[in-house]
Design a protein around this ligand. Sequence first.
Ligand SMILES: NC(=O)c1ccc[n+]([C@@H]2O[C@H](COP(=O)([O-])OP(=O)(O)OC[C@H]3O[C@@H](n4cnc5c(N)ncnc54)[C@H](OP(=O)(O)O)[C@@H]3O)[C@@H](O)[C@H]2O)c1
Length: 254
Amino acid sequence: MKYAIVTGDSRGLGEAIAGQFLEKGIHVIGISRTYNEDLKDQADGKDVTYSHISCDLSDADDLTQGIDKVMYLAFQNDVDMVYLVNNAGVIDPIETVGNLETGLVNKHLQINLSTPILFINRLLKEANEQGVKAGIVNITSGAAEKTVHGWSVYSSGKAAINQFTATTAMEQEKAGKDHTIIAYSPGVVDTEMQGEIRAAAESAFADVDKFKKLKEEGQLRPPQEVARVLMDVLFNNESIENGKVYKLYDLINK
Ligand SMILES: NC(=O)c1ccc[n+]([C@@H]2O[C@H](COP(=O)([O-])OP(=O)(O)OC[C@H]3O[C@@H](n4cnc5c(N)ncnc54)[C@H](OP(=O)(O)O)[C@@H]3O)[C@@H](O)[C@H]2O)c1
């Protein structure tokens, strides 16, 4: 039996990824603040289950309890593989340095950085103790490697997650473990996050017009398409390079 843990499954890219795991007959455990009825409907009547843990990942206590509940559900007696997609993310604060709000910075880093680190930490502990294979994907961004006006916090968090991916992969390989650990950079995806980006003030985000144009010109990709490319990496690939950042643009232009 296989499980996929998907953070941020209530909408956008996470919802699409969770749905595609269900299509493959893999049980899904979603984590977000909002329950996803569509995923429940998709699982109903099929030989697959959708469970949801309601959790505010920006709250440290909620996160700790959420991780406990998710691991309890995922590590059943007959499980042989557990996927974890660290997808939940926020873009705020979009603001120049010197004008950042402490609370927003702390929440951002808790969701975008501490959450994936703590989920992976616990998943690998359980997987290694119980002899279960882990397949980990951290959703990153091209912003990890770019300097973007107004995105200092977002870019820093994503750059850190790339390095965390590489280090974790190296450690597990050195320990002789057979897990897969990658990051996935999805390009520009037509989700609520892009709406928040377009709503930013130009004083806080100098490139806002560029992102409005991407939407107007239909250059944002549908989440389903972006999720499908990730599924190809995970399931139709002869060998996965652990620690690597897989980029949608490279994958579709191969
Ligand atoms: N959209 C893009 O162009 C783009 C580009 C590069 C990378 N990405 C990355 O792709 C991932 C998904 O983004 P998206 O575009 O699909 O964003 P989205 O549509 O805004 O969805 C974000 C997801 O994260 C969850 N989330 C946010 N805050 C949370 C909290 N405090 N507690 C629990 N869950 C929370 C949301 O669930 P609830 O609100 O229900 O809690 C939602 O399911 C992110 O890591 C993002 O950085 C996106």
